[in-house]
Design a protein around this ligand. Structure first.
Ligand SMILES: Cc1cc2nc3c(=O)[nH]c(=O)nc-3n(C[C@H](O)[C@H](O)[C@H](O)COP(=O)(O)OP(=O)(O)OC[C@H]3O[C@@H](n4cnc5c(N)ncnc54)[C@H](O)[C@@H]3O)c2cc1C
Length: 473
């Protein structure tokens, strides 16, 4: 059955080898399921041919970028063809005159930004995985990061897309203009569709000028409860920093121990901030943020516009992921309910109650993240071999999603739904599920593109597909 697929991409770009299947069975989530074959197309025409054949033969096709997704989005639940798009990694055009660029889906975020730097421009979403994740994966997940507080998520930088639809048709969506009010916003429909509606084969992206200058700061707080209040006051006080992050004391302890830092042990939280622009605007904004932090009880504030010192300030945040992964022997960081988001006025309630959920369920949950966007990462640290730890985690996850939704928030602020968050997403969007299913059925009547994801994912996140851990009773 797969001989035809091999003919399309050539032997070199086709694999049904068991080792490759294991590599492509997982992304950065807890899930694992083997594909039937892996293909690495090099052209749009090859993708069209693959999709047409798969549609005729009813074979699932799972688009894949770098596989850094944390929700199982690129995991082939029913096997099928994993379409690895990393070979399609050309930056096709940089048109500074129109403040845009055109790229293939496999271009890596940081590599694009390195190219753009020479022109004095950048593509703003700044995911922590920027060194590896692809533009296709970022669009499919509507990724964002530290700079979203000022520049928006990936969706805000997508002007147009070329997409191969599930029956093989190639369509051009969106425009090359910064504004357009011409009809359905179909490019936006593809943003966040997680590979279920089409394969993104080209993106036209809006660029922003690199700022003349940046300055950063860190404010230490004795009380976790004061952080959310300070953040809300900064945002509603008319300042839009280019980054506004926080870390709780579990994360502070991790980075202190793992990276030999000497952040105050008695700080319950640290707020990190950055402003960009020119000297006058930065001085004004930094000063205002400093005053707000002092008003809400910050006991120490460090500020710098020196590039080396700024690096030191951001080192805490950059180290948060690897440090929490090594918090304690036998504990593994699990990507579970890791990116709930709430309206800004509710950030304080979110942070404080997340902490209570950890304590109540006797489970370690470090919290940090893009608070300026209302988004908090929850680093679940559990021993994945113990079933009782999973039971506690499951209970805590459920409580976190209920908390976020009760605060008017959402299941996922940036990582997407995939498999792990589907039950909660379905509850949150119950009034829109019908519309989503109609769109999916209209574009993909044979359900070949990334089946069992989003609203079609199974309800039990642990048995939805196999997890990568051997669990002892
Ligand atoms: C250490 C770490 C830090 C992270 N930090 C952030 C962060 O700060 N912000 C953030 O938003 N995310 C973050 N992530 C999550 C992840 O990096 C993002 O979701 C990223 O956008 C995924 O890109 P990818 O190329 O790895 O896509 P994959 O994981 O390969 O795929 C993700 C989804 O997109 C679909 N897809 C991929 N390419 C295409 C295409 N061309 N057409 C259609 N569908 C496609 C897949 O089917 C899948 O559903 C982080 C992950 C890790 C491991």
């Amino acid at each position: 059955m797969f001989e035809k697929i091999k003919d399309i991409v050539g032997e070199k770009n086709f694999s049904d080898n068991l080792i490759d299947k294991y590599i492509y069975a997982s992304d950065a989530s807890i899930y694992q399921s083997l594909p039937s074959v892996i293909v690495r197309p090099g052209t749009v025409e090859e993708i069209q041919e693959i999709i047409k054949y798969a549609n005729k033969e009813r074979i699932p096709v799972i688009p894949r970028g770098a596989g850094t997704g944390e929700t199982g989005g690129a995991v082939p639940v029913d096997g099928g063809i994993v379409l690895d798009l990393k070979r399609m990694n050309k930056i096709k055009e940089i048109r500074i005159g129109d403040v845009l660029c055109k790229v293939e889906p496999g271009v890596v975020n940081n590599e694009l930004n390195n190219e753009l730097k020479e022109f004095g421009f950048f593509f703003p979403p700044t995911p922590g995985s920027g060194r590896v994740c692809t533009i296709g994966g970022m669009i499919a997940n509507n990724a964002s990061g530290m700079r979203a507080v000022k520049y928006g998520a990936t969706r805000d930088s997508v002007l147009g897309l070329k997409v191969v639809l599930p029956q093989g048709e190639l369509v051009s969506l969106g425009t090359e203009t910064i504004v357009h009010s011409s009809g359905y916003q179909l490019a936006r429909l593809m943003v966040g569709s997680e590979g279920t509606l089409g394969v993104i084969v080209e993106a036209t992206l809006r660029l922003r000028p690199l700022p003349e200058k940046r300055a950063a700061g860190r404010a230490m707080f004795y009380r976790l409860g004061d952080v959310g209040k300070a953040v809300s006051a900064i945002i509603t006080g008319g300042i839009i920093p280019s980054a506004l992050e926080f870390l709780d004391n579990i994360v502070i302890k991790s980075v202190n121990e793992v990276f030999n830092l000497d952040l105050p042990k008695n700080a319950e939280a640290i707020v990190l901030f950055e402003c960009d622009g020119n000297k006058a605007s930065i001085d004004y904004e930094i000063n205002k943020i400093k005053k707000v932090c002092q008003k809400f009880g910050s006991f120490r504030i460090d500020i710098s516009d020196d590039p080396q010192e700024m690096k030191e300030i951001w080192k805490i945040r950059d180290s948060a992921f690897p440090a929490t992964c090594r918090y304690k022997e036998n504990l593994v960081r699990m990507p579970l309910a890791e990116d709930v988001a709430v309206p800004i006025s509710k950030v304080s309630d979110l942070i404080v109650n997340l902490h209570k959920i950890g304590l109540k369920n006797n489970i370690i949950i470090g919290t940090y993240g893009h608070v300026g966007e209302g988004l908090v990462h929850t680093a679940f640290l559990i021993n994945p071999e113990l079933s009782e730890q999973w039971e506690k985690a499951k209970k805590a996850i459920s409580e976190i999603f209920v908390l976020a939704q009760n605060l008017g928030g959402t299941t996922s602020g940036e990582h997407g739904i995939g498999l792990s968050k589907a039950p909660y997403f379905k509850k949150e969007r119950k009034r829109a599920l019908n519309v989503m299913r109609k769109i999916k059925n209209a574009l993909d009547p044979n359900n070949i593109l990334n089946p069992h994801k989003l609203m079609d994912a199974p309800d039990d996140f642990l048995t939805a597909t196999k997890i990568r851990y051997a669990v002892r009773e």
